[in-house]
Design a protein around this ligand. Structure first.
Ligand code: ZN
Length: 423
């Protein structure tokens, strides 16, 4: 009965949210990066009020939606029983989010899936072998022309449904459950405008990993770096002894990077340097790259290495010609999560209670809003939302994964309610 209710609720919500275009922008300088994210923010604001959440608030300046389920009794008002959920409203700029037409393939039988008959767009099992594990389930799919946006609307659907369930069942005891929906995660927003005082929970979970049953308490340390080379351009016929070719110096710099420490040659806990873009000519050249490592010590060594490369070029061509700017972007959340180990043990407990016997903990080879939130003082482990093939036209989410996810969140709230080991 409960499961049927949850199934219908998460499905209806995902289909409704998917149709709202909330694509964020990498180039915009506004907050949020696209005004259309307010369309979903407004919907979620209304919905939180309808389900009976308290202190529902829409921050009109930063496009953040808040809501709370207050503790059900005085005895549960201690911070030890409080937890929060943070999910993002935007979708990735990598694929179109306009005119999304989600549809449900019931009882998937296995094999290829025709997404768009007219245009011959097919999701092939050979290319996406993970399809096999969803045989018998009901898949929400795209028409092959846009992304689905289950990243992270599947997360929002699960959080909203779990919250509604708690509102409808006042007999279920719990501490504070705080909810926030944020913009611009996909473009490095890092939930920077989430007001921690308003959020009021000492810990949180982002619900934004992909396949069901996976979570992550570890992310990269990350920085961006920009090398600028100033050359001297002169006619090639009279260049001898005068010309300094900035583009060539940029190539020299790129060649210094260790060949085996690139994204295409690394996995697991290995870090890397990644060349993002190069632009240049004889007069001026710029090299953008990013540095990633899980280990803080190794990360610092990588940054030192870059500075060393730039120093070699300065010594060779003159200090005035070479600038290297390194900008930190986010840090591994693990060192913060390790100070609140219950955020992981209670999550494992919740997975087990919801029937997921072997949840998988994986270091996330990227950053999440949780990396930044953790270092701002809100430890935030990342739980899967259930989607697959995010950021592309073959994105999909099984309804059963979202339904199970809502159950995991309810079990987590219950685990915090039962908590006795801290004040
Ligand atoms: Zn996401």
């Amino acid at each position: 009965m409960k499961n049927e209710w949850m199934y219908e609720k998460v499905k209806e919500r995902m289909l409704r949210y998917a149709k709202v275009d909330t694509q964020s922008s990498r180039t915009s300088q506004t907050t949020p990066t696209t005004a259309k994210q307010f369309d979903l923010a407004g919907m979620l604001f209304d919905e939180l009020r309808e389900i009976g959440a308290s202190e529902v608030y829409l921050d009109e300046e930063h496009c953040v939606v808040y809501g709370k389920l207050p503790p059900t009794e005085e005895a549960l008002s201690a911070p030890a029983h409080a937890l929060g959920f943070v999910t993002h409203m935007d979708t990735a700029p990598d694929a179109s989010g306009t005119d999304v037409r989600p549809w449900v393939l019931e009882n998937y039988r296995g094999g290829d899936i025709v997404l768009n008959e007219e245009e011959g767009i097919v999701m092939e099992e050979a290319v996406y072998p993970q399809l096999a594990q969803y045989v018998g389930q009901d898949l929400i799919l795209t028409d092959g022309k846009t992304l689905l946006g289950a990243d992270d609307k599947a997360g929002i659907a699960a959080v909203m449904t779990a919250a509604e369930y708690l509102c409808l069942h006042p007999e279920i005891r719990h501490g504070l459950v705080s909810i926030a929906f944020t913009p611009d995660e996909e473009v490095g927003g890092l939930a920077k405008d989430l007001d921690l005082a308003r959020f009021a929970s000492p810990v949180a979970y982002t619900v934004d990993c992909d396949w069901l049953g996976y979570y992550s308490d570890e992310t990269f340390n990350a920085s961006d770096a920009l090398l600028t080379v100033r050359g001297t351009s002169v006619h090639t016929g009279t260049a001898k002894g005068i010309m300094v070719n900035a583009a060539e110096i940029a190539s020299e710099y790129i060649a210094m990077f260790p060949q085996d420490e690139k994204p295409q040659n690394t996995e697991g806990l290995e870090g890397f340097f990644h060349l993002v873009a190069v632009k240049g000519d004889c007069e001026e050249a710029m090299v953008w790259h990013i540095v990633r490592d899980f280990d803080s010590g190794h990360f610092a060594e990588r940054e030192e290495m870059l500075l060393g490369f730039a120093e070699r070029l300065r010594a060779k061509y003159g200090a005035e010609r070479i600038d290297l700017e390194i900008r930190p972007t986010y840090r591994n959340m693990k060192e913060v999560i390790d100070t609140v180990p219950h955020t992981v043990t209670l999550l494992e407990e919740a997975f087990h209670a919801a029937g997921i016997a072997e949840p998988v903990r994986l270091p996330f080879r990227g950053g999440t809003d949780g990396s930044a939130l953790s270092h701002r003082g809100l430890p935030a482990v990342n739980i899967s939302a259930g989607y697959e093939n995010a950021h592309g036209r073959f994105e999909f989410v099984p309804v059963q994964s979202m339904e199970k996810n809502a159950e995991v969140l309810l079990c987590l709230v219950e685990a915090y309610m039962r908590r006795t080991d801290a004040g």
